[in-house]
Design a protein around this ligand. Structure first.
Ligand code: OAD
Length: 241
């Protein structure tokens, strides 16, 4: 059996699949990842993206934060559409075979593809709020802002995105741990698995069918029952549902 046939068999035999993914899931939708060959981390920029996307940088230099955030994070997502990986996962959930998509992505493409139970470990660009009065906003005021997006009350509107130095949401953590610990098949894809605590949630998997689909090698490859070095859309697109 080749790798795709093995993956097909795993999927056919599973009823509580969990998918755990990252930026590589959206590269086939035209959004750059962070650490891949064409990723944001290889840009020649004044600061390292991990510095810019940190709480202390956001608080001390909001103008520079929003310049980067608008340009490199928000704008590339505006015309992006879900690819076959997002769509296949949504279909698996609709078939009652997949219980959760756990994602480090903040682009909302899984929901756009139709996925319902999406656990967004790092938040979403689509949810925003005023830091002064708490008023909630969608992406509109942020994507249209020239500089720092401002609320009517004068406060700064910030994305509900988890920055470096900020904790993950407790409810999302609880749901993630529960979904992964109850999974019969865990498919991990499009993530370098280098950012914690997110990557550490894989350790809650109790089954023996861990599948890693990634262009580059990851530190979890040695624990996987199946590793596929390829594009996640191309791989999941070969699965018959
Ligand atoms: P990374 O950019 O670290 O990793 C993306 C991985 O996906 C790389 O290993 C690529 O080789 C792989 N890849 C790219 N395109 C692919 C494709 N079409 N099919 C399969 N694999 C592909 O992204 P994440 O692991 O998501 O956090 O990064 C984790 C976090 O680091 C992000 O959520 C973000 C970032 O800093 C915050 O901003 C808090």
């Amino acid at each position: 059996m080749n790798a795709i046939q093995t993956l097909q068999q795993y999927i056919d035999e599973s009823r509580r699949i969990v998918f755990f993914g990252g930026a590589g899931v959206s590269t086939e939708s035209g959004i750059k990842d962070f650490r891949g060959v064409d990723g944001l981390y290889h840009l020649k920029y004044k600061y390292n993206p991990e510095t810019i996307l940190s709480r202390s940088f956001f608080l001390s230099r909001p103008d520079e934060f929003f310049e980067f955030y608008q340009d490199k994070i928000v704008q590339p997502t505006l015309n992006a559409a879900p690819n076959i990986a997002h769509k296949t996962l949504a279909k698996l959930e609709a078939m009652g075979k997949l219980t959760a998509v756990v994602t480090q992505n903040i682009d909302g493409l899984h929901q756009m593809a139709g996925s319902k139970n999406v656990l967004e470990l790092h938040g979403s660009i689509h949810r925003n709020y005023c830091m002064k009065c708490g008023q909630k906003y969608d992406l509109e005021p942020v994507k249209n802002a020239d500089g720092i997006p401002k609320c009517q009350c004068g406060g700064t509107i910030r994305p509900e995105v988890v920055l470096y130095e900020e904790p993950l949401d407790e409810t999302v953590i609880t749901k993630t741990v529960q979904a992964i610990s109850e999974a019969d098949l865990l498919i991990v894809g499009g993530t370098s698995l280098t950012v914690y605590p997110a990557a550490g949630f894989l350790d809650f998997y109790n089954g023996n069918r861990l599948v890693v689909i990634n262009l580059d090698n990851t530190s979890y490859d040695s624990k996987a029952a199946l590793t596929i070095n390829g594009k996640i859309g191309e791989v999941l697109g070969q699965i018959t549902l």
